[in-house]
Design a protein around this ligand. Structure first.
Ligand SMILES: C[S@@+](CC[C@H](N)C(=O)[O-])C[C@H]1O[C@@H](n2cnc3c(N)ncnc32)[C@H](O)[C@@H]1O
Length: 240
């Protein structure tokens, strides 16, 4: 996937969702942060979440492989950024709060368990990790994804179910929350969906009409479209 097109489509998604506001509220409610805490954001994207959290903590670090995101992050005050993948970094320090928002799905299947263990190793005693993922079944956002994979005859393996099994190895509390993606019309929602379907450009073109028809079920009276996302938040605690 081209880093630049990923960054562009991600921006489009961000403009049309309340996701970041809801996540920040969720973090505020579930993690106590103060100026003694070190914060690590794995796969921090453009730094939207970290830029807010950074004000509450002693130091903030983002691990982000996409250079176009890193260029943006470098402009934010109070954040250290490492332009690499989580599997490649060797950090000398530990953290009190680690966030891994929608990144585990990008880890190779064979390395997922190990890379979560690496997060746990990087956590201070008394600290918390929050791993966020989109539920593999619930919510209309997921439903349109499943519909697209069916049209393509593609057996899509959701990372979310496996993640649920992996986090059971730790002291974990799982919570859920909902967010919404809202666009003015079907056409706009289709351009946002291209964000998640960047890997399948030809199939996206081929099935665009079918997707539009599917989306019409979620059309509001004013022609706007609302899709619901159901998120799982795995909160891992290190007690000793
Ligand atoms: C869906 S985005 C989420 C961004 C951000 N966490 C948020 O919630 O806004 C996933 C991010 O993970 C990054 N990423 C992908 N593979 C990664 C890896 N192996 N290690 C660290 N980050 C990775 C991508 O570049 C992208 O910025």
């Amino acid at each position: 996937m081209q880093d630049i097109s990923y960054e562009k489509s991600f921006n489009l998604f961000l403009k049309n969702t309340n996701e970041k506001t809801i996540i920040l509220k969720f973090i505020n409610k579930n993690v106590k942060l103060d100026k003694k805490n070190s914060f690590l954001d794995i796969g921090g994207g453009d730094g939207t979440l970290a830029s807010v959290i950074a004000y509450k903590v002693k130091d903030a670090t983002i691990i982000e492989p996409n250079y176009f995101f890193v260029k943006k992050i470098k402009k934010i005050k109070n954040i250290n950024v490492i332009n690499d993948r989580w599997e490649n970094v060797d950090l000398k320090k530990k953290f009190d709060f680690i966030l891994a928002a929608y990144v585990v799905t990008y880890f190779s299947e064979t390395k997922r368990k190990l890379l979560i263990k690496k997060m746990y190793k990087a956590l201070n005693v008394g600290g918390k990790i929050i791993i966020l993922s989109v539920d593999s079944e619930k919510g209309s956002w997921r439903k349109i994804h499943t519909f697209f994979y069916k049209l393509m005859n593609h057996k899509h393996k959701s990372s979310d179910k496996k993640l649920k099994k992996i986090v059971k190895n730790y002291c974990t509390k799982t919570k859920t929350f909902k967010t919404y993606v809202v666009t003015k019309n079907i056409f706009k929602m289709l351009s946002i969906l291209e964000f998640d379907f960047l890997k399948y450009p030809n199939e996206f073109k081929k099935y665009k009409k079918n997707l539009a028809q599917f989306l019409s079920k979620y059309q509001n009276k004013d022609s706007s479209i609302t899709l619901e996302m159901v998120h799982n938040a795995h909160i891992i605690i290190k007690n000793k």
